[in-house]
Design a protein around this ligand. Structure first.
Ligand SMILES: Nc1ncnc2c1ncn2[C@@H]1O[C@H](COP(=O)(O)OP(=O)(O)OP(=O)(O)O)[C@@H](O)[C@H]1O
Ligand SMILES: [Mg+2]
Length: 313
């Protein structure tokens, strides 16, 4: 855990505080079981009152996997996805991301979430901001926040150094970018992403003037602008007119082909079959069956899965 935290912290450009790492690991007796897991879920249960929506799920998702989650309405697919980045607080159990327990209150959930892109059915773009602003908002906010922290850290170190002997003086964090450069870099990255999906000319328009397919592709590149390690999609095409489904699936497929780890809740069985490396069938808050698309679609074992497939295929 200590090592993983150091790696995460160093990639974020945040100084590693050995003491905090030590203190956290003392508070955090549960450990991930699989050292290779990108996401590991242990005994995850979610209840709303008496309603058990997720029933003691344990699962591992490794880097590079493309997991499709299928199952009937109300089976807990969205809740499971939302528990993976703790948008929904699990009632019990633990979720590890790169070895960090997201359910541990001593882990900075916001730092961890930066690396988990989420795309919703309803796009969730800010309609009062231009497309460009939508994409740059979070990266700029975070980089400025980090810059402030680094400056504060340096200010405090400088002050303390005044009282330290020459050989005990602490080094300052090298600050490489100012606020202006941060904004310019984020805009450049956003324009590169928009060019990639052929929407560079829409940078300065508002989302309400765009089609559903365009909006969803922008929501996807907005998540990509955070440079995520995993993308979580919750039925990304369900709210789209049929003729726009293809362009969104095509973009997701491109990301999959580039090696992006993804978990995608979908009703598009053909897409799941083509793109997924593993398929989970959920029913009644459990993963009732899982396997390769060939196994799940070609030779289903579970009776509920057989019944489900007979309705949707
Ligand atoms: N905030 C909430 N409060 C109470 N019950 C909830 C809440 N969110 C979800 N549920 C219930 O949890 C169950 C699972 O919901 P969830 O949205 O995860 O299902 P789903 O498999 O994604 O369904 P769909 O395919 O319709 O999107 C449902 O019975 C739902 O009514
Ligand atoms: Mg859902």
């Amino acid at each position: 855990m200590k090592d993983v935290e150091k790696i995460v912290a160093s990639t974020e450009g945040i100084p590693v505080d050995e003491e905090i790492v030590e203190r956290r690991s003392r508070y955090d007796p549960v450990r991930p079981l699989d050292p290779e897991a990108l996401i590991e879920v242990q005994d995850l249960t979610k209840q709303y009152g008496d309603l058990v929506v997720l029933d003691n799920i344990s699962e591992v998702i490794r880097s590079g996997e493309k997991v499709a989650i299928i199952g009937p309405s109300g089976s807990g697919k969205s809740t499971f996805l939302r528990c993976l980045n703790v948008l929904e607080d699990p009632t019990s159990g633990n979720v590890f991301f790169e070895g960090n327990n997201l359910c541990n209150p001593h882990v900075d959930i916001n730092v961890q979430r930066r690396r988990m892109g989420m795309v919703f059915q309803q796009f969730n773009l800010f309609n009062n901001m231009t497309v460009l602003k939508n994409i740059t908002l979070a990266p700029v906010h975070i980089a400025l926040h980090d810059l402030r922290r680094e400056k504060m850290h340096n200010g405090w170190t400088k002050f303390c150094n005044l009282f330290r002997k020459k050989d005990k003086k602490q080094p300052l964090i090298p600050i490489q970018r100012d606020a202006k450069t941060i904004r310019a870099d984020a805009a450049e990255n956003a324009m590169r992403l928009l060019a990639r999906i052929g929407l560079a000319d829409k940078a300065n328009v508002y989302p309400s003037t765009l089609s559903g397919g365009q909006r969803q592709r922008i929501a996807i590149v907005r998540a990509l602008a955070m440079n995520p390690k995993v993308m979580l999609f919750d039925e990304p095409t369900s709210a789209l007119d049929p003729e726009m489904v293809g362009e969104v699936l095509e973009l997701i497929k491109e990301l999959a082909d580039e090696g992006m780890t993804m978990v995608i809740v979908t009703h598009e069985m053909g897409f799941a079959r083509e793109v997924a490396t593993r398929v989970f069938f959920m029913d009644g808050g459990k993963i009732r069956e899982q396997g390769t698309p060939e196994q799940v679609f070609g030779a289903p074992q579970d009776d509920r899965l057989k019944e489900f497939l007979s309705k949707v295929l």
